[in-house]
Design a protein around this ligand. Structure first.
Ligand code: NDP
Length: 471
């Protein structure tokens, strides 16, 4: 049996087939990932359904305490999980530890949230109370950019509200999730949290599965549409957190040296592999060259390499598919008039390395502007008319985040309010927290995560409408 197994009903389960997970820094195999059969998915869903009968009835306090235990278990194994995460995802070890810290913090905070009953009416005629009930078995499908933190974002609110879950990580980064779920199972009753891994068909099997009542999915818009379509047959509840192509708009009153580091952080954090990264920067003509110069200065000085090596600040892209996509966007930008200000040269392998790259003279119509890069490329677009820049920012089918940069926060806030996005930041891009709802508009998603609004998505409303007299 491979070192890793599916986690079903609290036990590690072997599979007959497995595949090798690639370390994107070395292109060597990190470990063998089990491939679940359709029957094993059924067993996992059955285990979750069986556990739901009990878990949905335990006290609210017990479920809140379970979230605290999950947080403690993650924190206790953070170093082991961070090392494995770096090996299969590529991010520097410091970034992996940051992700584990976030996972523990989110689990703990989610435990402290609650959805108390609401009395909607209480008079001489009737008492009407709105309650919230768990939905059933939740299917969680996660991507490879923040595999552990996103898994926690998905499954802890499910568990907090009395649901049980079957989690499927991306085949690009499955091992750290399998190990994390194994660790979490030490503090949960069997069947409450299960983990299945595999290749192409498994996600679709989950979205079609009649035993799964809700899907929470984070990934591409294209796959999100497929998830929605195949969930329709059983009218599954859905939360979809899909891609974006976030715009940043710089106003003409900024000091370039002051804003450049924040813009670079918003664009290149996690190597640009962030759904709400700054992916298109609109800059007024009057300060265009001055800001470009400062952006280059802020982007330089890091060390690209294997995330396990001390001193590495930028790892490889997480997988070959993403590397090929980013390389193709870069090539296209160069061929279509993009002026590469820094980076832009792909080093010899092994490893899926692309340096931080800033592309000036970018315009809409170029693929690097119109498509989500999900990598360390930032196109900088010149504008002369602010209304036109806002129209361009709003001109795509996506709307996850966006930002406005100015020395006058009131002026910036007025522009930010005109962005068609789920979050609009001012003088920053990307911060999220467990008490603040996060989600997209247009094709960037359906529903929100985090906060009470995010928690409510794992419940259905039941209204108790009590007549005070039978007459
Ligand atoms: P996908 O959206 O294809 O994959 C995300 C997850 O969905 C994986 O676990 C995948 O598993 C699963 N999946 C794929 N097809 C289906 C299906 N029909 N039904 C159910 N689940 C399915 O993302 P990719 O990994 O292919 O990345 C492509 C692009 O997506 C990136 O270039 C980036 O632009 C964007 N992306 C956005 C993320 C975000 O945070 N919003 C995160 C990651 C990527 P499997 O591969 O086994 O099918």
């Amino acid at each position: 049996m491979s070192e890793y197994g599916l986690i079903i009903n609290g036990k590690k389960v072997a599979t007959t087939e497995s595949f090798g997970v690639i370390n994107p820094a070395t292109e060597e195999i990190v470990g063998q990932c089990p491939i679940a059969s359709r029957g094993q998915l059924d067993t996992a869903v059955d285990a979750a359904a069986q556990a739901f009968k009990t878990w949905s009835k335990v006290s609210d306090a017990e479920r809140a305490a379970a979230c605290g235990k999950i947080a403690a278990a993650i924190n206790a194994h953070a170093d082991e999980l961070a090392t494995l995460l770096t090996q299969e995802q590529g991010k520097p070890l410091g970034g992996s530890k940051f992700e584990l810290g976030g996972a523990g913090a989110w689990a703990g905070y989610t435990g402290s949230l609650s959805l108390p009953d609401k009395v909607l009416q209480d008079d001489e005629k009737s008492r009407i109370v709105q309650t919230r009930k768990p939905i059933g078995v939740v299917g969680s499908i996660t991507p490879w950019n923040f595999p552990l933190m996103i898994a926690i974002w998905h499954v802890v609110p499910a568990i907090r509200t009395g649901n049980t879950a079957v989690l499927k990580p991306s085949p690009s980064t499955p091992l750290s999730t399998l190990r994390m779920v194994e660790i979490i199972n030490e503090v949960l009753p069997p069947g409450v949290l299960n983990c299945v891994t595999g290749t192409d068909d498994l996600g679709q099997w989950m979205t079609e599965h009649p035993g799964i009542s809700k899907i929470i999915f984070t990934g591409s818009i294209q796959t999100g549409k497929k998830v929605m379509s195949s969930s329709a047959a059983s009218l599954k509840r859905l939360t979809l957190e899909l891609g974006g192509n976030d715009a940043g708009i710089v106003l003409d009153d900024v000091d370039p040296a002051t804003v450049a580091p924040g813009i670079i952080h918003g664009a290149f954090m996690n190597n640009g592999q962030v759904c709400a990264a700054l992916k298109r920067l609109y800059v007024p003509e009057s300060i265009y060259e001055a800001l470009c110069e400062q952006l280059v200065a802020a982007a330089k000085g890091g060390t690209m390499g294997n995330g396990l090596d001390e001193g590495t600040t930028q790892g490889p892209l997480a997988n070959k598919m993403q590397y090929d996509k980013v390389c193709s966007l870069l090539k296209d930008a160069k061929a279509n008039g993009g002026r590469v200000l820094c980076g832009g040269e792909i080093p010899e392998g092994p490893g899926y390395f692309v340096p931080f790259t800033i592309i000036a003279d970018a315009t809409s119509g170029m693929r690097v502007v119109d498509e989500e890069q999900f990598g360390p490329l930032m196109p900088v677009i010149k504008y002369t008319d602010l209304d036109d820049a806002i129209a361009q920012a709003n001109g795509l089918e996506v709307g996850l985040g966006g930002s406005v940069w100015s020395s006058d926060p009131d002026r910036a806030s007025a522009v930010a309010a005109r962005l068609e996005s789920g979050t609009a930041w001012v003088n920053q891009h990307g911060p999220i927290s467990p008490n603040v709802p996060f989600g997209g508009v247009k094709c960037s998603g359906i529903g929100v995560e985090f906060g009470e609004e995010g928690l409510a998505e794992y419940t259905t409303i039941q209204v108790l409408n009590i007549a005070k007299s039978a007459a």
